[in-house]
Design a protein around this ligand. Structure first.
Ligand code: ADP
Ligand code: MG
Length: 538
C-alpha cells in the first residue's frame, strides 16, 4: 500500500480547531448533531445522484446511519453509506475551510469576549470540527460512491493530519471518535453510553429522514417535520439548526401549504442573528428544495429573492421532476408562484412580530431588507411597512413609517427626511433647524442604501418622501415683500460673488439659528450620495 502522507491544515482551519480542542462551547452534545447532520446530507446526495445517474453502481436499498459505541476502547463511530468522499474531497472539505470571510470572522472572534465566543461560533457553524470538543483523535474512513479506492484520514486536531489510501473501505463515510479521557469519568459526557446517545439523537436529530440506528434500534422517528402540524417548538428549533447550520434557536417559525393543482408545503424560519457573511458576495440563500420528500438542492435561489437571503427553510413540492435543475427552476412558472407567495408570507410574518422580536429582526436584517425597496417593486409598500428608521421624534430608537404618518402635523403632506453619515451629523445639520423649531418630524436616514432607495421609491401610503435638503421645502409659503426688498442688495451681492458655486441665492424660512445653508436642487444628488459616487470613481 502507498504510504501515509502528513499534511497541514489550512491556517483558518487550524485556528478553528484550536477553539474546538479548548472547547469554547458548553454544550458538547451538539457534536453528534453535526455528524448525524453530515451523514444525512451524504445520504440525500447519494439518493439524488443514484436517481440521476442510472449507471452509478451503488446499492441504495438500505441507506442509513449507524452509531457504534465501544465503551472498552472508549470510541464512538458514526457511519453512513452515503455519497462518501474522494481523497481530494477529504483534503478540500475537511482540511480546509472554504467559506469566504473566514479570516474576518476569526479576527472578530479574537477581539470578542470569552462569553461571546460560543455565540459567534454558532453563527459561523463549525460542523465536523466540533468532533474535537469530545475527541482527542478522529479517524475518518470514506469511499466515494462509484469509485473503488477508499481513504483514511486521521488527526488529533493539532495542526496536521495524515491521509492514506485504504483498501476495502465500505462505500460512504465512517467517523471514529477517540473520546477524551476527561469525559469518560463524568456520566454526563459519556458518549460511549447507549442511553446517552439515544437521548441526544432523540433530542437533536429526531426528524432526520434516514434511520439512525444503534444496534437493532432505530432511534429517530424520521417524520418530515414540514408535513406535520403537531411539532413542538423544540423540534422545530432542532430542525432549523440542522438545515441552517446555526447553533441557536430561530427567532420565528412559520409554515404554509398549498393544495390542488400545484401542491407544496413549506416550513420557514427567521434566524435570531445575522450570519457573519450576510453581506458577502457569495452568500447563499437559505431555502432547500425537496420534491416529494426527496432532497433536491440547498440554497434554492429561485425560491427566495436576494434581499430575503437570510430566511431559512424547506419547500417540498409534489409535482416537480426529481431531475429539475437550477436553470429549469429559474424559468418555472409554478416555482415563480411559490416564490411570490413565500415572499408575501415572510413580509406578513415580520409585520406581525411582537415589538421586541421585530426590533431584534430589524437590527439584524434591516439593511438587507431595504435592498428589496430597490429590487422588488411589486412588494414595495409591504416592505416599507416593515421598515424602521431613526427620527427626530425620539432621541433613541426607531420609528415605523405608519407611526410617522400618524403623527404628521395638520396640513403636512410629505414625509420629511434627511440623509447623512451618522445620526449626529444629521442632527447638527442646519437644514433641520426650522423643521424642529416648528415641530415637524424628520426621518434620519444614515445607511448608504437609504440614499439609493429614497430616490427610487416615490411614496408610502400616498405620501411622498421629501428630502429637506433639496428644493423648495420652505415651511411657510407667504413671502414678506418688505423683507424681500430689504435683502435684495445682499442677495444680489451674494449671487454675483458666489456665481461659480451656486445657481441661486434666496431668502428662506427654514433656518432659525444658522444664518445660511446650502440646498440642492430637487433632482440633485444628496451630498452623501455624491460622496459615495465620487469614492466609487464616478
Ligand atoms: P457543512 O456541513 O456546514 O458543509 P461540515 O464541517 O460539517 O460543514 O462538513 C464539511 C464538508 O465535508 C461537508 O459539506 C461535506 O461535503 C463533507 N462531509 C462531511 N461529512 C461527510 C459525510 N459523512 N459524507 C460525505 N461528506 C461529508
Ligand atoms: Mg455539517
Amino acid at each position: 500500500t502507498a504510504e501515509a502522507e502528513t499534511l497541514e491544515f489550512q491556517s483558518e482551519a487550524r485556528q478553528l480547531l484550536q477553539l474546538m480542542i479548548h472547547s469554547v462551547y458548553s454544550n458538547k452534545d451538539t457534536f453528534l448533531r453535526e455528524l448525524v447532520s453530515n451523514a444525512s446530507d451524504a445520504l440525500d446526495k447519494l439518493r439524488l445522484e443514484a436517481f440521476r445517474d442510472k449507471e452509478l453502481d451503488v446499492d441504495t436499498s438500505d441507506l442509513h446511519i449507524e452509531l457504534t459505541p465501544d465503551p472498552v476502547a472508549r470510541t464512538l463511530t458514526v457511519r453512513d453509506n452515503g455519497i462518501g468522499m474522494s481523497r481530494d474531497d477529504v483534503v478540500n472539505l475537511i482540511g480546509t475551510i472554504a467559506k469566504s470571510g473566514t479570516a474576518e470572522f476569526l479576527a472578530k472572534l479574537k477581539e470578542s469576549k470569552e462569553s461571546q465566543t460560543g455565540e459567534l461560533i454558532g453563527q459561523f457553524g463549525v460542523g465536523f470540527y466540533s468532533s474535537f470538543m469530545v475527541a482527542d483523535k478522529v479517524t475518518l474512513v470514506t469511499r466515494r460512491a462509484g469509485t473503488t479506492e477508499g481513504v483514511r484520514w486521521e488527526s488529533a486536531g493539532e495542526g496536521t493530519y495524515t491521509i492514506e489510501p485504504f483498501e476495502d473501505a465500505p462505500q460512504g463515510t465512517s467517523v471514529t471518535l477517540h473520546l477524551k479521557p476527561e469525559d469518560t469519568e463524568d456520566r454526563l459526557y459519556d458518549y460511549a453510553d447507549k442511553a446517552k446517545l439515544t437521548e441526544i439523537v432523540k433530542r437533536y436529530s429526531d426528524f432526520i429522514t434516514w434511520p439512525v440506528r444503534l444496534g437493532e434500534d432505530t432511534l429517530n422517528s424520521m417524520k418530515a417535520l414540514w408535513a406535520r402540524s403537531d411539532a413542538t417548538e423544540e423540534e422545530y428549533s432542532e430542525f432549523y439548526k440542522h438545515i441552517s447550520h446555526d447553533w441557536q434557536a430561530p427567532l420565528e417559525t412559520f409554515r404554509l401549504q398549498a393544495e390542488g393543482t400545484f401542491e407544496y408545503q413549506a416550513l420557514l424560519f427567521l434566524p435570531a442573528k445575522a450570519p457573519f457573511d450576510l453581506f458577502m458576495r457569495e452568500r447563499k440563500r437559505g431555502v432547500q428544495l425537496y420534491v416529494k420528500r426527496v432532497f433536491i438542492m440547498d440554497d434554492c435561489e429561485a425560491l427566495m429573492p436576494e434581499y430575503l437571503r437570510f430566511v431559512k427553510g424547506v419547500v417540498d413540492a409534489q409535482d416537480l421532476s426529481l431531475n429539475v435543475s437550477r436553470e429549469i427552476l429559474q424559468q418555472d412558472r409554478q416555482i415563480e408562484r411559490i416564490r411570490r407567495r413565500l415572499v408575501k408570507k415572510v413580509l406578513q410574518t415580520v409585520k406581525a412580530l411582537p415589538s421586541e422580536k421585530y426590533e431584534t429582526f430589524w437590527g439584524e436584517f434591516g439593511k438587507a431588507v431595504k435592498e428589496g425597496l430597490l429590487d422588488d417593486v411589486e412588494n414595495r409598500e409591504a416592505i416599507l411597512e416593515i421598515c424602521s428608521f431613526d427620527s427626530t421624534h425620539a432621541a433613541e430608537g426607531q420609528t415605523r413609517l405608519a407611526d410617522y404618518v400618524e403623527r404628521m402635523k395638520e396640513g403636512q403632506e410629505e414625509i420629511y427626511y434627511l440623509t447623512g453619515e451618522s445620526r449626529t451629523a444629521v442632527e447638527n445639520s442646519p437644514h433641520l433647524e426650522a423643521f424642529q423649531a416648528k415641530g415637524y418630524e424628520v426621518l434620519i436616514l444614515t445607511d448608504p442604501i437609504d440614499e439609493m432607495w429614497v430616490d427610487a421609491v416615490p411614496e408610502f401610503s400616498g405620501r411622498k418622501f421629501q428630502s429637506i435638503a433639496k428644493g423648495q421645502v420652505d415651511l411657510e409659503d407667504e413671502k414678506d415683500p418688505e423683507q424681500e426688498k430689504e435683502f435684495e442688495g445682499l442677495l444680489g451681492w451674494l449671487k454675483s460673488t458666489l456665481d461659480e458655486q451656486v445657481k441661486e441665492v434666496r431668502l428662506s424660512s427654514r433656518l432659525t439659528t444658522s444664518p445660511a445653508c446650502i440646498v440642492g436642487d430637487t433632482y440633485d444628488l444628496t451630498p452623501t450620495l455624491e460622496k459615495m459616487y465620487r469614492s466609487m470613481g464616478q
